[in-house]
Design a protein around this ligand. Structure first.
Ligand code: SAH
Ligand code: SF4
Ligand code: F3S
Length: 478
């Protein structure tokens, strides 16, 4: 719910947002006083861990901090405001945060103005909060995934009370629309279409830290997409943990296939992507909508996680190996040039070498264009964490390597099929390897490097592919 008061900056306000804007202005004033006194602006540094959902949340954090008058620091240790937007999907993501926090303790001693804030998925875990309270007392502000929009108020409270502020909600409140946001790219943007997840895959912590599934109203989504299009955005990525169940909790008669058609009709948008699709909910209508909507990219990310039906059942994935393969065949029948990518977990409790053979069989039968492969990570609080037969690390490594040995050559072959052909490519950025090269993306989500001037960034150009490696293509501008 929001009313229609427009502020000078064009943000549509709702009650909560209005409250936070007041705090933003207060902090801005304080930051201006700081500048007068010390002849420099207060600086910020944002570190983002995890998925696109978090990356998108960080754009909102950045938007709020900029509104409060912070400017970018040249490096982390020189920043006055440091915020970690954390992920807890696997243990190594958490360990990185703890490692960095240890290091920041020393950095804080050299900068008396430094404030450290933590937010994101990890902060929704009780054991993490206890650890921070006990071992990381140099942290100033902690909040979770449900109250991101309260950042201005929390900063203000921290300044007022000069003591640490912890604000973690157990459940979500209403969806707050129209937070200020800074986009990383001018020409492409992510748009949340839903929050949370109700699937409770037995290994996964996301439903516990992101709460129950709730969809945004189609009109709110479309307004945002239209505004982005007016602002020069060509490519939109619709985000949700399981976009295929979009609309389930809404009064409107809408589902993901309908939403896709509506977004496809927005003038100015040239490419539409979405993440992530759960195989159990992927409907015939969606396949049809994808094939009919000219702007929808020819790519689907469809995690299968494991090939063994026994393991899939223990994972609570609600489909079988056969159903998955059949689904991919159906999609390819309607959209022949589509690229299919996936997520795979190796080492789920009780997974044997024979089970991994089933995973390998799916990889061979489907022939993925690319895949993210993960070693199972035990997450406290999930059903899988207390299952018997947790697989020893050294066995998992061995099975993991077996999977990669089959997967990588297949991905390479798929890449090779691009050679000699011309593709539409969205030029995204200067290549990290060589500044004379531009890195871009094909509709099928493959990455290509090609020599070009940087002023083509943001345009869709024709590129002929002449070579490839496992993870990228090499091309030349036509
Ligand atoms: N909602 C998305 C994925 C979210 S998490 C979906 O269902 O597809 C992204 C990926 O992380 C998952 O697809 C899974 O492969 C992996 N993952 C999740 N929990 C994990 C765990 N405990 N250990 C290892 N990988 C995990
Ligand atoms: Fe996790 Fe499963 Fe939800 Fe994806 S669908 S976020 S893997 S519980
Ligand atoms: Fe994403 Fe990690 Fe949270 S994958 S939803 S940031 S636990």
């Amino acid at each position: 719910m929001y009313n229609d008061d427009k502020e000078n900056n064009g943000y549509v306000l709702n009650g909560e947002l209005e409250r936070q804007r007041k705090f933003m202005l207060e902090i801005k004033k304080l930051n201006e006083d700081f500048e007068k006194k010390y002849d420099r602006k207060k600086t910020m540094f944002i570190s983002t861990f995890g998925c696109q959902m978090n990356a998108h949340d960080s754009e909102k954090i950045e938007g709020m901090l900029k509104t409060m008058g912070f400017v970018y620091a040249d490096c982390e240790k020189n920043a006055d405001f440091i915020i970690y937007n954390t992920c807890c999907v696997r243990e190594n993501a958490e360990n990185k945060v703890y490692g960095n926090l240890g290091y920041l303790k020393h950095a804080k001693n050299t900068n008396p103005f430094m404030k450290i804030a933590l937010c994101g998925c990890m902060m929704q875990e009780d054991n993490v909060i206890q650890t921070i309270r006990k071992k990381y007392r140099h942290v100033d502000i902690v909040f979770g995934t449900f109250n991101l929009y309260k950042l201005p108020e929390l900063i203000y409270t921290n300044i007022e009370t000069n003591s640490p502020v912890f604000d973690i909600w157990k459940e979500h409140g209403e969806i707050i629309e129209d937070l200020p946001s800074v986009r990383k790219y001018k020409f492409k943007a992510s748009v949340n279409i839903m929050f949370g997840c109700d699937n409770f895959c037995s290994y996964c912590i996301v439903p516990y830290v992101r709460g129950r599934e709730r969809s945004r109203h189609p009109e709110d989504i479309l307004n945002e997409v239209r505004m982005l299009a007016e602002d020069g955005v060509k490519e939109i990525t619709l985000l949700g943990q399981n976009v295929n169940s979009y609309g389930k909790n809404l009064d409107e008669n809408v589902d993901f296939s309908k939403l896709l058609r509506m977004v496809n009709d927005v003038d100015g948008i040239e490419r539409i992507r979405f993440m992530t699709s759960h195989p159990k909910d992927l409907s015939e209508e969606l396949i049809l909508a994808m094939s009919k909507c000219g702007k929808v990219c020819s790519h689907i990310h469809l995690p299968f996680q494991a090939g063994s039906n026994r393991i899939l059942e223990k994972m609570n994935r609600k489909y079988t190996k056969e159903k998955y393969i059949e689904l991919v065949e159906k999609i390819r029948e309607k959209i022949p040039d589509i690229s299919v990518t996936t997520d795979i977990i190796v080492g789920f409790p009780g997974e044997t070498k024979d089970d991994v053979d089933e995973t390998i069989d799916v990889i061979k039968k489907v022939g993925f264009n690319s895949a993210f492969t993960f070693i199972y990570s035990k997450r406290t609080g999930t059903p899988a964490a207390v299952m018997e037969n947790q697989v020893p690390e050294k066995d998992v490594k061995e099975q993991f390597n077996r999977v990669l040995e089959v997967l990588n050559p297949i991905v390479f072959e798929k890449n090779k099929a691009h050679i000699g052909k011309i593709f539409k490519v969205l030029a995204e950025e200067v290549s990290g390897q060589d500044e004379n090269f531009i890195t871009g993306r094909l509709s099928d989500n493959s990455i290509v490097h090609f020599e070009a001037d940087r002023n083509i960034i943001g345009n869709i150009v024709d590129v002929e592919v002449y070579d490839c490696k496992t993870f990228y293509l090499m091309g030349k501008l036509v």
